[in-house]
Design a protein around this ligand. Structure first.
Ligand code: PDD
Length: 280
């Protein structure tokens, strides 16, 4: 069944939506994106995603399309209702008639596409992860579509029947997952790597930190060593497609995660209560 997608002002059948082969997003990954989470056909934390999209565009000096992003997302959900999933918004620097690495500060016309994609509502079961070297560039705070190192890491995880790859830097610290942020719980406190140019400032990460605060649990934004993953009582990942989920195995090592009585269970209950209120 074909879906309706948004492309540069129009909502059309996905089969009919076309972008030039000279688009810089296609030729150079010169583009950014956002995934706005959808639950019961409603948007979750739309404003936070819009702020991050604007920041990514600004950092890369890509012109911001002058459109009503909220209206586009709402229209997509009318055309393609989804129970659980996301709206993907992608903006490329635009088409350049002659392929060239540089664009000479010319204001190219950005291409904007958006589509709704249904996903599986996460099951409350512990996931498997692998550790993998972080091979990415130095500006992972920008949500660029240059995701080659992320997708290779995630593919390696899939080949090992795991759900996520946790990316470890050269000094042995955990940056984040291939498409998630990471938290650990140890001796009564929660830790998550601090914001830097090495990780994405996850919207769900922030929501999780706020939720923990409301629960009166200390959450410290501190560096986490790879070894800490195995010493922690609990390891969680967060993202707009996963909410917050526990990790039960890393590199085939059993972390002995027990859902009943875990902090994760309490956190997820509170997270879901707060989430319902934030949907619109
Ligand atoms: N990924 N880190 C990376 C590298 C990500 O790609 C993502 C999101 C996150 C979590 O961010 P947020 O909580 O704002 O979704 C962290 C999306 C879901 C994706 O690429 O599909």
């Amino acid at each position: 069944m074909s879906s309706k997608v948004y492309i540069n002002g129009d909502f059309i059948d996905s089969e009919l939506a076309k972008i030039s082969v000279f688009d810089r997003g296609f030729l150079f990954s010169d583009s950014v994106y956002e995934v706005v989470h959808v639950d019961t056909n409603k948007l979750f934390l739309f404003e936070e995603h819009l702020i991050r999209l604007r920041r990514s565009l600004c950092e890369l000096k890509i012109q911001e399309p002058q459109v009503d992003f909220l209206k586009i997302c709402k229209e997509l959900l009318l055309l393609n209702p989804i129970d659980y999933g996301g709206i993907y918004i992608q903006v490329t620097r635009g088409e350049q008639k002659q392929r060239s690495h540089f664009w000479n500060n010319k204001n190219l016309t950005p291409n904007l596409i958006a589509f709704a994609q249904a996903g599986m509502r996460p099951e409350s079961k512990a996931l498997k992860a692998i550790t993998y070297p972080d091979l990415r560039w130095g500006r992972c705070d920008i949500k660029s579509t240059s995701l080659l190192a992320n997708v290779l890491a995630r593919e390696e995880a899939a080949l090992k029947s795991a759900d996520e790859a946790l990316l470890i830097n050269l000094e042995g610290f955990v940056n984040e997952g291939s498409s998630t942020n990471v938290f650990i719980f140890k001796k009564g406190k929660v830790y998550t790597p601090p914001l830097s140019e090495n990780i994405l400032a996850g919207v769900t990460r922030n929501f999780c930190i706020e939720t923990l605060k409301e629960m009166g649990i200390i959450c410290l934004e501190q560096k986490i060593l790879k070894e800490d993953l195995f010493l922690a009582e609990e390891v969680w990942i967060t993202s707009s497609t996963k909410d917050v989920l526990p990790i039960g195995y890393i590199d085939d090592q059993d972390l002995n995660f027990k859902a009943p009585n875990s902090l994760w269970e309490k956190l997820y209950e509170k997270f879901k209560q707060r989430k319902i209120k934030a949907l619109n």
